[in-house]
Design a protein around this ligand. Structure first.
Ligand code: OOG
Ligand code: MG
Length: 262
């Protein structure tokens, strides 16, 4: 794909995010033959545009790592995207619904790295050794595509629907609990909407992070000390509306909540 078209598509998706409106899938209207590799190049341009605006990367994230998510979004492979400094909120925050198109929430387990990790060939055990601590997180995803529908290349180009993350403050060392067995519940306005366990994420969330490092190695990238890495939703994502309070709880890892205002 020509560099100018690549940059044009990145700008098109960034404009939709910044001005809070949906767009038609780029594979429907602009690049029907888009491959996964080309989609990651568009994503890279989008990331570079954000960096040029002065935003910083909090960490890459994995997505579509659980069967529930793959079935819900009708895609078959895990993907990655990037979380930026302006996307992060503390637990208990009020978040503006007006800044988002059609947000959905997901309960996740996040890894904060104590050292750099570089693939290929990284295992889950190596990820756990490189992890300084684990925190719970609610990711708010917000596809820029109409009706939250996309193909795999579409969603990759759209930075894996990244929008916001609410990060908890209870931290655990990776060897303090078995992350595969961490049970999670997700409630909206006190009503249980989804439940699952860490094992839903590729058998163990550390596998998802290992897969991420190995995928990043293909483009010569790595994970850095201090980055916060989301390992992917444990359950399907749930649509949220203005006025909703979202609350998630993880066995042994604490709880996170936030409310949507306006
Ligand atoms: C893509 C992002 C998926 C996850 O945790 O699975 C994701 C989407 O479903 O829109 O962040
Ligand atoms: Mg996610």
């Amino acid at each position: 794909m020509e560099a100018t078209l690549q940059r044009k598509l990145a700008t098109f998706l960034l404009e939709a995010e910044e001005n809070v409106h949906d767009v038609k899938r780029i594979t429907e209207t602009k690049v029907p033959e888009l491959t996964v590799d080309q989609a990651y190049k568009i994503q890279r341009d989008l990331v570079d545009l954000k960096l040029k605006k002065g935003l910083t990367i909090v960490g890459p994230k994995m997505g579509l790592t659980s069967k529930a998510k793959m079935d819900q979004m009708n895609v078959k492979d895990p993907i990655y995207g990037y979380i930026f400094s302006n996307m992060v909120h503390e637990g208990g925050s009020n978040i503006s619904r007006k800044e988002l198109i059609h947000p959905k929430v997901e309960a996740e387990i996040a890894f904060v790295l104590g050292e750099d990790i570089e693939g290929p060939g990284i295992t889950a055990a190596q990820v756990l050794r490189a992890t300084a601590y684990i925190v719970p997180a609610i990711e708010i995803i917000d596809s820029r595509y109409e009706n939250f529908k996309f193909t795999l290349p579409d969603v990759i180009a759209d930075n894996a629907s990244s929008s916001k993350v609410v990060i908890g403050d209870k931290i655990k060392l990776p060897n303090e609990l078995d992350l595969a067995l961490v049970g999670t519940t997700l409630e909206i306005n006190g009503e249980l909407k989804a439940a699952g366990a860490g094992a839903a994420v590729l058998g163990h969330p550390a596998h998802a992070v290992a897969m991420l490092v190995n995928m990043l190695a293909k483009s010569g990238e790595k994970l850095h000390k201090g980055e916060v890495i989301l390992s992917g939703a444990i359950t399907e994502a749930i649509l949220v509306e203005s006025g909703d309070t979202v609350y998630a709880k993880w066995d042994g890892l604490g709880e996170v909540s936030f409310s949507f205002v306006d």
